[in-house]
Design a protein around this ligand. Structure first.
Ligand code: NDP
Length: 474
């Protein structure tokens, strides 16, 4: 807060647990109302001066922060692995590096954020001024703590806003490093503040009149609450919420690529990815070969110590998330899905669940309808394109969707028909900073990344300029 660590142990203690062993590795304290107030005051004060800099000056700070993050990638990745349990093999390439990409990309854009000139009748004209919103609040989920802190912070700061970020209480550590890095890169004290706490701290931020915008990454029920609270104060929102995304594999798909896609869509980060394609619709002609090859390939997962770079599959983030997922696995079996592989907790320390595949899953089963947020892949059978499109879209969610086929015309027809914000043809789950990311329907509002994110962190002031006498009716 204000560029420095604030120690206030009167807030509720939050233990940080290393998911691979269950050990407590750190303790932070929930922000008290006084600390929340301190962060919002610091952000409000810092924002004015920051917005007065040129975009190029702001961008320079962000790009410096990107360089620092890349230089320290290994240390930041180790911290992320302690926080989340995700294998170092993943965190080295997908967390601080993704955060650095966002800082670099939006740092590069900052100097080019402008309004426009609009010629009008009689030589009159209007112009627009792109203005920051003010103090933005970011609230994060626990699966990609560094990435989320940067995906929200980078566009916010590029546009001239300040940020108060609240990470999930399950993974409170890495956002602190993002704040440290920005400070070291030259961000003024108070520009990017981190508050620890549970939902109540997030809720206090969302309702504070000093806050202009709220960007949440979380579940649909939390999104609905935060969206409603923000609406009461007429605040801007970005909502990146959950999903139950379809991945359609046609008979003519390249089998090896389709299996790789299904693995990326279900087991990366032990399945704790919002855009996962967990409903894998497989056409009848390729089903047996697909299941056989998938089962074979899953044997290649190296399950173990996340700090060992050879490990490719780690634990769930917490004991409670593990129990939620085990509950879904039980439900899947009780409702008649066929367990092909996995389906149980692994006999070792930490919160590990074996990569799990169900076949013969039908649309009405709980595991085909609700977001599990764990390593559980459901295979659903289908015969025709029309049939599968109707079934793929029959969900409240609309975050992502994918198709594997060798028929290009069909591929484009299928993605045109998907009710989803983020679609893939012959691959899955890539989220480069240059391209927009986000959902439709219950999965969210607004987009992160790409030039589109700029519109969600700034607004346009219109200025009408008359070059003529003013005509009034009387
Ligand atoms: P939650 O919805 O439980 O929590 C998200 C964040 O909101 C947490 O920081 C949480 O705090 C906070 N929060 C909870 N209640 C409130 C409230 N009333 N007001 C303000 N803030 C509140 O999600 P999870 O952390 O469990 O993350 C998993 C979910 O996130 C999944 O549904 C997943 O799909 C989604 N997600 C979406 C992504 C996307 O980009 N679309 C990416 C990643 C995840 P605390 O946890 O400390 O209580």
């Amino acid at each position: 807060i204000g560029g420095t660590y604030v120690e206030d142990t009167s807030g509720a203690p939050i233990d940080v647990v290393y998911p691979a062993t269950g050990e407590v590795i750190a303790r932070v304290h929930s922000a008290t109302p006084a600390v929340i107030d301190q962060a919002l005051s610091a952000a409000t004060a810092a924002q004015k001066d920051w917005a007065a800099l040129t975009g190029t000056e702001r961008g320079r700070v962000l790009r410096r922060a990107a360089d620092i993050m890349r230089d320290r990638n290994r240390d930041l990745s180790i911290l992320e692995t302690y926080d989340t349990g995700k294998p170092l093999q993943e965190t080295l390439v997908a967390d601080a590096t993704s955060g650095a990409d966002a800082l670099e990309y939006f740092g590069g854009l900052a100097g080019s954020l402008t309004g426009e000139h609009i010629p009008l009748a009689g030589g009159d004209f209007a112009y627009t001024i792109r203005e920051p919103l003010g103090v933005c609040v970011g609230i994060g989920a626990w699966n990609y703590p560094t990435q989320i802190a940067c995906w929200k912070g980078a566009p916010a700061l590029a546009c001239g806003n300040a940020m108060v970020f609240k990470p999930s209480e399950t993974t409170p550590l890495s956002a602190l490093k993002v704040a440290e890095t920005l400070t070291e890169a030259g961000a003024p004290p108070g520009l990017y503040n981190v508050l620890q706490g549970l939902g109540d701290v997030g809720a206090a931020l969302v309702t504070d009149p000093r806050v202009a915008k709220v960007s949440l990454t979380g579940s649909v029920p939390t999104g609905a609450k935060v969206y409603a609270a923000a609406a009461a104060g007429m605040k801007h929102v970005t909502m990146e919420l959950g999903g139950k995304s379809p991945l359609i594999i046609f008979d003519d798909a390249d089998l090896e690529n389709a299996v790789s896609g299904a693995i990326l869509a279900n087991f990366y980060s032990s399945g704790q990815v919002c855009s996962n394609g967990t409903r894998v619709f497989v056409q009848s002609g390729i089903k047996d070969a697909f299941l056989a090859r998938l089962t074979e390939r899953l044997k290649g997962a190296v399950i173990g110590d996340p700090m060992d770079e050879a490990t490719s599959y780690g634990p769930m983030v917490s004991e409670s998330q593990m129990n939620i997922v085990l509950g879904y696995i039980e439900k899947g079996q009780a409702e008649g899905a066929r367990l092909v592989t996995g389906g149980k907790r692994l006999d070792r320390d930490g919160f590990y669940i074996a990569p799990t595949v169900f076949a013969d899953v039908t649309d009405d089963m709980t595991i085909a309808r609700e977001e599990i947020f764990g390593p559980v892949l459901s295979v659903l059978d289908f015969e025709t394109e029309d049939e599968v499109m109707a079934r793929a879209n029959a969900t409240e969610f609309g975050l992502a969707a994918g198709v594997f086929t060798a028929d290009l015309t069909r591929a484009h027809r299928v993605v045109a028909g998907f009710e989803a914000g983020t679609c893939y043809i012959n691959t899955y789950n890539l989220a480069p900073v240059e391209a927009p990311f986000g959902g439709t329907k219950a999965s969210g509002v607004g987009r992160e990344n790409s030039k589109l994110a700029i519109n969600h962190y700034s607004e346009m002031k219109m200025v009408y300029v008359s070059m003529n006498d003013v005509e009034a009716p009387y």
